[in-house]
Design a protein around this ligand. Structure first.
Ligand SMILES: Nc1ncnc2c1ncn2[C@@H]1O[C@H](COP(=O)(O)OP(=O)(O)O)[C@@H](O)[C@H]1O
Ligand SMILES: [Mg+2]
Length: 296
C-alpha cells in the first residue's frame, strides 16, 4: 500500500497549505499516529498521496491536500483534470489505487486492523459516507419519487429517522431552498433549477459535515443559475458546513471560497485565496485556464 516511494522527502508539498499546520509525519508504512486529524483536530479532509488511475490513465498523481473544518475550498481547472474524481472518491463512489483519504481524523478509504491500515470494508464505507453529502451536475433525483420522497428516503433508511422526523426536516429544508409548494411534485415536472434545489435539500437532509458540489449549475439554463447559486450562498453564510466546490462560476467561487485549488492533469498547479488566484495568478497554466473560462 506504500505509494510514496517516489516522493523525495517526508515533507509533503502540502505541508504549508493550511497556513498554520506543520508538516505531518509521513513514512513508507502507514503512520501509527493518524495524520488525518491534524495537530489541533482542525482537519476535516486529508488527501495523503492519493493515487487514482483508470487503466493506464493516472488521473490523480499522489495528490496531497488538506481541508480545514468549516473551510470552503473551490476546485477549479480544465476538463479532465480530476476534479470530479476527487469528489467521487470522497463520496466513496470510487476506490483509491494508493494513498489514504482521511475524514474527521478517521481513515475513509481504509480502516484500522490493530495498528495497520487495511482497505475499508463496505460496512466501514457506509458509515464513513454518511458524513458526506454530494450534489451532482445532473441532479440525480429519484424520478419515481415525489420531492418529499426524495428528501425523506435516505433519512429513514440510512439514518433511521422516523417518517415524521424525516418529513419535518425535509419541510424545513424545502423552505430553505424555496421549494415548499412542490413537495408532492415529481422531479420530471420541475425545471432544472428547481430539481437542483431539491437535490441540495436532499443532500442537507442527511446533516452532512461535508458538502460536495460538482458543477451544480453547469446543466442549467442561464436564467436559472442565479437562483441555485443564491441558495448555496445563503447556505454558506448561515451554516458552518465544510464545502468542496467544483465550479466554472468564478464569481461564485470568489464569493464563497476561502481558498482556491487550481488543478491540471491530476495535480495542484497553484493555490491561494480567491483574491490571489483571480487577480494575481502566478502560474501560466492558471492564467490560460482563467482566460478560457472568462471568455466562455
Ligand atoms: N469511470 C471512468 N473510467 C475511465 N476514465 C475515467 C472515469 N472517470 C473519469 N475518467 C477519466 O479521468 C480523468 C479525470 O476525469 P474527471 O475527474 O471527471 O475530471 P474533471 O471533473 O476535472 O473534468 C479524465 O481523463 C477522465 O476521462
Ligand atoms: Mg467534472
Amino acid at each position: 500500500m506504500s505509494t510514496d516511494a517516489d516522493t523525495p522527502t517526508g515533507s509533503t508539498p502540502s505541508a504549508d497549505r493550511t497556513g498554520s499546520t506543520p508538516a505531518e509525519p509521513t513514512g513508507s508504512t502507514p503512520p501509527a499516529e493518524p495524520p488525518g486529524a491534524g495537530p489541533d483536530g482542525s482537519h476535516m479532509v486529508v488527501f495523503d498521496k492519493v493515487l487514482k488511475q483508470f487503466g493506464t490513465n493516472v488521473v490523480l498523481d499522489h495528490l496531497d491536500f488538506t481541508v480545514r473544518r468549516g473551510e470552503r475550498v473551490a476546485l477549479i481547472g480544465p476538463s479532465g483534470s480530476g476534479k470530479t474524481t476527487i469528489l467521487r472518491l470522497l463520496m466513496t463512489l470510487e476506490e483509491v489505487d494508493g494513498g489514504v483519504i482521511w475524514v474527521e481524523g478517521q481513515p475513509l478509504t481504509h480502516q484500522f486492523k490493530g495498528d495497520k491500515l487495511v482497505k475499508a470494508s463496505q460496512k466501514h464505507l457506509r458509515a464513513a459516507r454518511s458524513k458526506i453529502g454530494m450534489v451532482f451536475q445532473q441532479f440525480n433525483l429519484f424520478p419515481n419519487m415525489t420531492v418529499l420522497g426524495n428528501i425523506t428516503e435516505a433519512q429513514i433508511h440510512v439514518l433511521g429517522r422516523s417518517k415524521a422526523e424525516a418529513v419535518e426536516r425535509a419541510r424545513e429544508l424545502l423552505a430553505t431552498v424555496g421549494m415548499s409548494d412542490k413537495e408532492d411534485a415529481h422531479p420530471t415536472t420541475l425545471s432544472g433549477g428547481q430539481q437542483q434545489r431539491v437535490a441540495i435539500a436532499r443532500a442537507l437532509a442527511m446533516d452532512p459535515d461535508i458538502l460536495l458540489l460538482d458543477e451544480v449549475t453547469s446543466a442549467l439554463d442561464p436564467e436559472l443559475v442565479a437562483d441555485v447559486l443564491g441558495v448555496l450562498r445563503m447556505i454558506a453564510e448561515t451554516t458552518d458546513i465544510t464545502m468542496l466546490l467544483v465550479t466554472h462560476e468564478m464569481g461564485f467561487a470568489r464569493d464563497v471560497a476561502d481558498r482556491v485549488l487550481v488543478f491540471d492533469k491530476g495535480k495542484i498547479v497553484e493555490e491561494g485565496t480567491p483574491e490571489q488566484i483571480f487577480t494575481d495568478p502566478q502560474k501560466e497554466r492558471t492564467r490560460t485556464f482563467l482566460k478560457a473560462v472568462l471568455e466562455r
